[in-house]
Write a protein that binds this ligand. Structure first.
Ligand code: DOR
Ligand code: ZN
Ligand code: ZN
Length: 428
């Protein structure tokens, strides 16, 4: 199978260049890059007016399989990812049962075979059953192919267990992805603690619950000389902590999600449970600080934390509904609308956070476009406008506060391992 992509603009996030060029794909590899390429046998894709990037990587999604497949399964999730331009995702282990053994790691790989054709890599739990009591077997999980370790959805509350986990993970060359919120401070509360929680008369999740845990994990990473990656950072002070520890040379990285540099807690007033997420949407100052962290490089990655829930669950109302929002099919467009079309960042700077940076953190040989590399590519029109219609999502989840919003930037083709796995307006 050959694909010839003509007339697109190739974005290189490392060299920070944008260059008009053709790309030839043979089987699952990139075989040539240059101007005026021809190949009589190849399927030609016209990428005029489009940007070409290494396939997008989302290192934080929830596919709910096994156990909650009414919300999403690995197959529907992998199609949602392809629609959103993602060729690699790593999925969180807060399933039922928990992905905490080599057998369950293998289950994810096996199920993904039947999916859209993108690469779905499992993240395994830090603690058995994510109960925060006993560590999983990092060595066996690594051998089975786990891409990282995380108890996401929950905080590893026991500092001693987290310290041991960091030591064990680093021996396996694995990173721990840490959901930072002190569980005793946030309980099952629905919104950020602040003006909006007071207005609604609800108990809130305070920013300090996140910041304390970011500080703890940063200090543990420093002391154990291990790598920690902070999930979905959402407060200004948490960004400051990561910035300071990075300056000291500590192996700390972090991610945020489009909702944290786009929306604030006031969103729950109009959107209710659709705007409920953990950590919660914060105040304007935090939102701006997160944006600053994305711009200055403190925040390494933009991920979705794609967290599908059923319509019935989200209809229970703000206080009773589960937390989370879907993101795979809107992430690139929200990011382009908010960061590129406003002039805040360039395409290479943005794409670094969705390709090379997550690849680097996970130790994956992905995220670059060069001859001989895996043919994982995303082709998008940065200027096409469209209106989000969640009812059309490939995901089973429709829970997004961006429904009905006009966004600028649209995925046209997603190519994984040399195969077109998504085509805008076309058949897969
Ligand atoms: O809002 C969230 N939803 N935050 C998490 O950490 C977990 C996720 C989920 O699994 O639904
Ligand atoms: Zn989380
Ligand atoms: Zn998550």
């Amino acid at each position: 199978m050959k694909l010839l992509i003509k007339n697109g603009t190739l974005i290189d996030p490392v060299l920070e260049t944008m260059q008009k060029t053709d790309i030839l794909v043979e089987d699952d590899l990139i075989s040539a890059i240059g101007e005026g390429l021809e190949d009589a046998e190849a399927r030609v894709i016209d990428a005029e007016g489009c940007a070409i990037s290494a396939g997008l990587i989302d290192m934080h999604v929830h596919f709910r399989d096994p156990g909650f497949t009414y919300k999403e399964d690995i197959i529907s999730g992998s199609h949602a990812a392809a629609h959103g331009g993602f060729t690699t995702v790593t999925c969180m282990p807060n399933t039922k049962p928990t992905i905490d053994t080599p057998e369950w790691v293998k289950y994810v790989y096996d199920r993904a075979e039947e999916g859209s054709g993108i690469h779905v890599l499992p993240i395994a739990a830090v603690s058995k059953g994510q109960l925060g009591e006993e560590l999983t077997d990092a060595e066996a999980l690594k051998k089975a192919g786990a891409a990282a370790l995380s108890d996401d959805g929950r905080q590893v509350m026991n500092a001693n267990l987290m310290r041991d986990a960091l030591i064990c993970a680093s021996r396996q060359n694995m990173v721990i992805l840490s959901h930072c919120e002190d569980e005793n401070m946030v309980k099952n509360y629905a919104v950020n603690e602040g003006r909006i929680s007071r207005q609604l008369g609800l108990p809130g999740r305070p920013a300090i619950a996140e910041e304390l845990m970011v500080m703890r994990d940063a200090m543990l990473a420093e002391e154990t000389q291990s790598a920690v990656h902070i999930c979905h950072i959402s407060t200004g002070k948490a960004v400051d902590i990561v910035r300071k520890f990075k300056k000291k040379g500590v192996k700390i990285t972090c991610e945020t999600c489009p909702q944290y540099f786009t929306l604030t807690h006031s969103e729950v007033l109009t959107q209710g449970a659709a705007a409920r997420v953990n950590p919660p949407l914060r105040n304007t100052r935090d939102m701006q600080a997160v944006l600053e962290g994305v711009k200055d490089g403190t925040i390494d990655c933009i991920v979705t934390d794609h967290a599908p829930h059923s319509e019935e669950e989200k209809a229970r109302g703000l206080e009773k509904a589960p937390s989370g929002m879907v993101g795979l099919e809107t992430s690139l467009a929200i990011t382009l609308t908010q960061l590129y079309h406003t002039g805040e960042m360039t395409l290479p700077q943005i794409l670094a956070k969705m390709t090379v940076n997550p690849a680097h953190i996970l130790g994956l040989e992905k995220g670059r476009v060069a001859v001989g590399c895996d043919a994982d590519l995303t082709i998008f029109d940065p200027n096409e406008e469209w209106v989000v219609d969640a009812s059309k999502f490939a995901s089973k989840g429709r829970n997004t506060p961006f429904n009905g919003k006009t966004l600028k930037g649209r995925v046209k083709y997603t190519i994984a391992a040399g195969k077109v796995v998504y085509e805008d307006g076309g058949e897969e």
